[in-house]
Design a protein around this ligand. Structure first.
Ligand SMILES: [Zn+2]
Ligand SMILES: [Zn+2]
Length: 155
């Protein structure tokens, strides 16, 4: 499935008889129009500029509701810090362990992920979540710079 845009998602919900409050619309729009995968706190800070007086609890409730409706995804990392993803298509993530950036990449073909070994285990895969952990390009660039710099200092 391709990523559904903000207006497509609104239309999808409307056809199901679901209307979003202006606050919910703004949060959905924010997530649909960013490539970032913000935490609830980050959403709260961005939304606060438009809706003064909105509480963090309301932001959490809205994010839960939108996840439940299937228009966004929640990526929980087991440490209590969920990130929210406006990209509702099948895709994989590159997670930078240095700066925390989460980058979308296209998901490899099913055959690559659901390997022979998985099939041999007799396991019926209904879905999977694929994430690569490491250092993003801009972090590794700055690491190279630091190494060069150290080198210069010592020479
Ligand atoms: Zn990084
Ligand atoms: Zn994503």
């Amino acid at each position: 499935m391709k990523k559904r845009s903000y207006s497509q998602s609104l239309a999808d919900l409307k056809s199901l008889g679901i209307r979003l409050t202006p606050q919910r619309q703004v949060i959905l729009q924010l997530l649909k129009e960013t490539k970032e995968h913000p935490t609830a706190e980050q959403v709260y800070h961005k939304i606060g500029e438009k809706f003064q007086g909105i509480s963090l609890a309301t932001v959490y409730n809205t994010l839960n509701k939108l996840t439940e409706l299937g228009v966004i995804r929640e990526l929980s990392y087991g440490d209590g810090s969920s990130r929210y993803d406006g990209n509702d298509s099948e895709h994989a993530h590159l997670v930078c362990q240095q700066c925390g950036t989460v980058i979308d990449i296209e998901c490899p073909q099913d055959e690559v992920v659901v390997t022979q070994e998985v099939r041999q285990a007799g396991f019926q895969v209904s879905s999977y979540r694929l994430e690569y952990y490491g250092i993003c390009a801009s972090c590794s660039e700055s690491a190279v710079y630091q190494l060069d710099h150290t080198y210069m200092v010592h020479v």
